[in-house]
Design a protein around this ligand. Structure first.
Ligand code: ADP
Ligand code: MG
Length: 420
């Protein structure tokens, strides 16, 4: 392990072993086969708060994954246990509906509910599921999508429909089911980027995602090959996406689009004239805020497009290219701080410290209000940069941050079917 990392992700075999043991302890032996699957958390390189505006995002799948051991049953009961939660929960699939109070099981049975609604599963049988994960919780790295997508790959396989790695069309349909699970059953109004990264990303590549059409392309992002390191810094600042802030940003964007008479802010082609129109049409109490929110969304989509083009042109291999990538990351952070107002002192401190330590680029990632930042640096400087961030947090009186190295890892898949 690189010494500066807080912990290493589970290897696939180790994760599979952990959920197998957990399932045995919680549910005992069975005559029926079991499926083990896993799916990753994600980190977004650039393109923040663009997904629900129909814009572009560029996530990678993390090496950190959530694992599940799933065994079908003959009834409609789901029994759940997780290494990250207490006890065993029991839910009937017939009781799953929007508004039901299901705790963390909503991320599991929400997927079966949405898959039934979409016709991906005909009347899903009940199942016993054991979960374990090394995706940090509530850190903006999408442990929620990792859990949903793990359920998707394991259940698709257990019920005989499978989800092959090259079946992008099938994967896209399950992404939609996972998004509905999160929005409608878990009640978190998040966009679709997280689940797309977890199910549709490719190893060694970032996922360029057009959030309006769901179209994707795979952009080379092999950091090891170019001697670069991506640090993920979980600030551990308290963050709650389900509280009002995220919804308030979405509402601002919807309001701005409505005032501009367009379906989505990604439809803006001329930013200056759109901002002028908005300033005219918005009530004075909302004017400055709606203008700033709109400016962030549109400029962020432009930065994301630029970042994708740079990567496609091999920017990671030249000093000028790296500089240009870094500029876009720093500009993204400044826009999220000043125009979108979703950063916090800890996130700003990571970015400022990384800049002083000579990083290529840095920015907050995920929804904001806490959570994580990313720092792109040369591999030689990674340890010193990590030390500088830790020291700055100690000096600022903040909780000790957790640091991880990210590479563009594999999407979710079912590893094995285990015969009893
Ligand atoms: P994140 O940024 O990590 O996605 P969320 O608040 O969206 O944060 O999701 C975290 C929630 O997802 C947890 O509070 C829990 O309800 C659920 N969850 C994620 N992973 C697990 C797991 N391994 N076991 C149980 N619940 C989980
Ligand atoms: Mg989440």
């Amino acid at each position: 392990m690189t010494t500066w990392q807080t912990s290493e992700p589970f290897a696939l075999a180790a994760g599979a072993e952990r959920v197998t043991r957990l399932a045995e302890n919680a549910f005992g032996a069975s005559e029926r086969p079991a499926v083990i699957g896993s799916a990753p958390g994600r980190v977004n390189l650039i393109g923040e708060h663009t997904d629900y505006n129909g814009g572009l995002a560029l996530p990678i799948a993390l090496p950190h994954r959530t694992f599940a051991h799933v065994r079908l049953r003959d009834d409609r009961t789901v029994r759940l246990t997780s290494a990250q939660a207490d006890g065993v929960i029991e839910v009937s699939l017939d009781d799953v509906a929007p508004g039901a109070d299901l705790g963390w099981s909503s991320y599991v049975v929400g997927v079966t509910w949405a898959a039934e609604q979409a016709g991906l599963l005909q009347r899903c049988p009940g199942f016993d599921i054991a979960v374990d994960s090394c995706v940090p919780f509530g850190a903006g790295l999408s442990s929620s999508a990792a859990l949903e997508c793990t359920v998707a790959v394991a259940l698709a396989t257990a019920t005989g429909s499978t989800l092959a790695l090259d079946d992008d069309e099938g994967r896209a349909r399950w992404v939609e089911a996972c998004v509905r699970a999160e929005n409608e059953i878990a009640g978190a109004p998040t966009g679709g980027m997280d689940q797309a990264a977890s199910l549709r990303a490719h190893e060694g590549h970032a996922l360029a995602l057009d959030c309006r059409t769901g179209e994707i392309s795979h952009v080379p992002f092999d950091l090891e090959a170019v001697g670069a390191t991506l640090l993920v810094v979980d600030t551990r600042a308290p963050h709650a996406l389900v509280d009002g802030q995220y919804a308030a940003r979405r509402a601002d964007c919807e309001r701005a689009a409505q005032l501009l008479d367009i379906p989505l802010l990604a439809d803006i082609t001329d930013l200056d004239s759109a901002l002028a129109q908005l300033a005219e049409r918005a009530p004075s109490a909302d004017r400055d805020r709606l203008v700033a929110r709109t400016r962030h969304v549109v400029t962020e989509i432009g930065r994301t497009r630029g970042f994708i083009e740079l990567l496609q042109d091999g920017a990671l291999t030249t000093p000028e290219g790296r500089h240009a990538l870094g500029e876009l990351m720093f500009a993204s952070h400044a826009s999220l701080r000043d125009d979108y107002e979703v950063t916090c002192p800890e996130l700003d401190l990571v970015v400022d410290t990384a800049a002083s330590a000579g990083a290529i680029g840095a920015r907050m990632t995920g929804g904001g209000f806490g959570g994580s930042a990313i720092v792109l640096t040369t591999s030689e400087r990674a340890a010193d940069t990590a030390a500088a961030i830790r020291a700055a947090f100690a000096e600022g009186g903040f909780a000790e941050p957790h640091l991880y190295a990210a590479i563009a890892a594999a999407p979710g898949f079912a590893h094995d079917t285990i015969e009893p």
